[in-house]
Design a protein around this ligand. Structure first.
Ligand SMILES: Nc1nc2c(c(=O)[nH]1)N[C@H]1C(S)=C(S)[C@@H](COP(=O)(O)O)O[C@H]1N2
Ligand SMILES: [Mo]
Length: 329
């Protein structure tokens, strides 16, 4: 087996790289990253698109560039007063530059620097499975057919970071009712895009179970709180937040809120999910926020807000028990 050469950036940033994607130990993680055995050079340069001269640093952390902020405004949306978060809204630039989107990179402050080749439009969404009206629809046609509003939600990543953002989009319930699932539908499965040519993480970490997928029970998906975001901070979704369409389930850890969805499938069996396929005991299907259930690598007692660094006590269901506790009693 060839030696594993770890570049200095990797070591220095390990805490930022390994989160969600880390395993029992560093070796397991590197193995899943495709690095053990091949060595980093092998893992990288055996893949044609990267023979073109990108360095490992560029692939993981992105290239230096200005932050894009000129997104298309979404005017006239009413903020739903039922969902006012009890904390200040996070700074928009903080949210734009600190993301989990493994298709691009596992480095949170690198995602925004790697998204330029990804085109979220034109975009088709497939509706499949146990549903009266299956088919494929243009994303903008879909968005135009549903009732748009704004909701300020708290977000809690399993890695302990949290934020408060104003999403715009539509209730998931409205989407489900539009396509009319049949009595056989017990779960909803969501699938993200697959395009290693524009998403370096899918190429570099080709061992991961792409495409990213997630799921909810029908009752969860029909809950008032479940939301489908098409925008954030009063404009359309930037790629790094999951353009053109992502889900938002604020009572669950952030990995359930799948981004850049291409397929919504109604199933009679509990679907697989990306993280539970990788590490089943760490990322169960339900994954409701719960300060009393520590993750092997993070106590879930407290959380840290992006932007300010303020630390708060974590609440069960991320504070949304009023809406969702009844689902689990
Ligand atoms: N397709 C896809 N969706 C995803 C992820 C991902 O890697 N790929 N990461 C998840 C995780 S772990 C979190 S915490 C949130 C982060 O959302 P944000 O970057 O918009 O804050 O997206 C979730 N949705
Ligand atoms: Mo996360």
């Amino acid at each position: 087996m060839s030696a594993v050469i770890i570049p200095p950036e990797w070591n220095a940033r390990e805490n930022e790289i390994t989160p969600e994607g880390a395993y029992q130990n560093r070796r397991e993680f590197l193995k899943a990253m495709g690095i053990v055995g091949l060595g980093i050079a092998g893992a990288l340069y055996s893949r044609p698109a990267f023979a073109a001269g990108n360095t490992l640093k560029e692939l993981l952390f992105g290239k230096g560039k200005p932050l894009k902020t000129d997104f298309e405004k979404v005017a006239g949306l009413k903020r739903n007063a039922a969902f006012i978060a009890d904390r200040p809204i996070s700074d928009e630039k903080a949210a734009l530059t600190y993301n989990n989107f493994y298709e691009f990179t596992s480095v949170k402050d690198g995602v925004w620097k790697l998204v330029d080749d990804f085109k979220p439009r034109p975009w088709q969404v497939e509706i499949a499975g146990h549903v009266e009206k299956p088919g494929t629809m243009d994303v903008d046609e879909l968005i135009r057919s549903l009732p748009l509003e704004e909701r300020v939600y708290r977000h809690r990543c399993v890695e302990r970071w949290a934020m408060v953002v104003p999403w715009n989009g539509f209730p998931m319930k409205a989407l489900i009712e539009k396509f009319r699932p049949t009595a056989k539908a017990r779960f909803v499965r969501f699938v993200s895009f697959m395009d290693p040519e524009v998403a370096p993480g899918q190429k570099l970490q080709s061992h991961l179970p792409w495409p990213y997928n997630e799921g909810l029970t029908m009752a969860e998906a029909m809950n008032e709180l479940a939301f489908v975001a098409t925008g954030v901070y009063g404009h359309t979704l930037p790629v790094q937040h999951g353009a053109p369409l992502r889900i938002v389930t604020p009572w669950k850890y952030g990995y359930k809120s799948i981004k850049s969805i291409v397929k919504i499938e109604f199933t009679d069996r509990q679907p697989e999910t990306f993280w539970s396929t990788l590490v089943p005991h760490e990322y169960p299907f339900e994954s409701n926020v719960d300060p009393d259930v520590p993750h092997p690598r993070w106590s879930q007692r407290t959380e840290k807000m992006i932007g300010t660094g303020d630390v708060y006590e974590t609440k069960k269901y991320n504070g949304y028990g009023k809406w969702v506790a009844g689902l689990y009693s």
